[in-house]
Design a binder for this molecule. Structure first.
Ligand SMILES: [Fe+2]
Ligand SMILES: [Fe+2]
Length: 175
């Protein structure tokens, strides 16, 4: 079976975490390599990952929340949580953008503290997303497969980003 949207997002979460952990070593050792690799991850996050979440996955989760009955609703997060997750994307966009644009000229301590802030927010954010989604699925008594639809739209986002660019990034990083 072809990969669906939720499976794709979860495997991207594993990749993002691994990549951030490997970048942590480079931030101490090789700034140019770090900045180049950070920029690639940042572009992938903004151009592919967060876009698929906001345009495909979050609306599907919102529908599930809307369809919950009164009793199930009390066991699920409110729809506002999706707005907070989207607000995290803006925060990561801002923080990551600063690292990319000013990273060359930042003193080491500042660069590290920005990177660690990015790392902390990113890892916590992705874990929260999965936790929110699992809670909604449980409250709705649905299997994760209900969130696998919308792959055409996700593929379209990947096409706009550049399929070749993404595929070579994935090949290099074995994701
Ligand atoms: Fe996200
Ligand atoms: Fe995510």
């Amino acid at each position: 079976m072809e990969i669906g949207v939720y499976s794709m997002i979860k495997s991207q979460h594993r990749f993002i975490t691994e990549k951030i952990n490997s970048l942590e070593v480079e931030v101490f050792e090789e700034r140019d390599t770090f900045l180049a690799e950070f920029a690639r991850l940042y572009n992938f996050f903004l151009g592919v990952h967060a876009k698929i979440e906001e345009q495909v996955l979050f609306p599907a989760v919102a529908m599930l929340i809307q369809d919950l009955g009164v009793t199930e609703k009390s066991a699920a997060p409110s729809i506002d949580v999706l707005g907070r997750l989207a607000a995290d994307h803006i925060m990561l966009e801002k923080l990551g953008g600063e690292i990319c644009s000013a990273g060359k000229n930042l003193d080491e301590r500042t660069l590290k503290s920005r990177f660690y802030a990015y790392k902390r927010i990113s890892i916590y954010h992705d874990a929260t997303e999965e936790q929110v989604i699992e809670t909604v699925l449980k409250a709705a008594n649905k299997e994760p497969s209900v969130l696998e639809d919308g792959i055409e739209k996700a593929e379209h986002i990947i096409d706009s980003y550049g399929r070749e660019k993404l595929e070579s990034y994935q090949r290099e990083n074995a994701i």
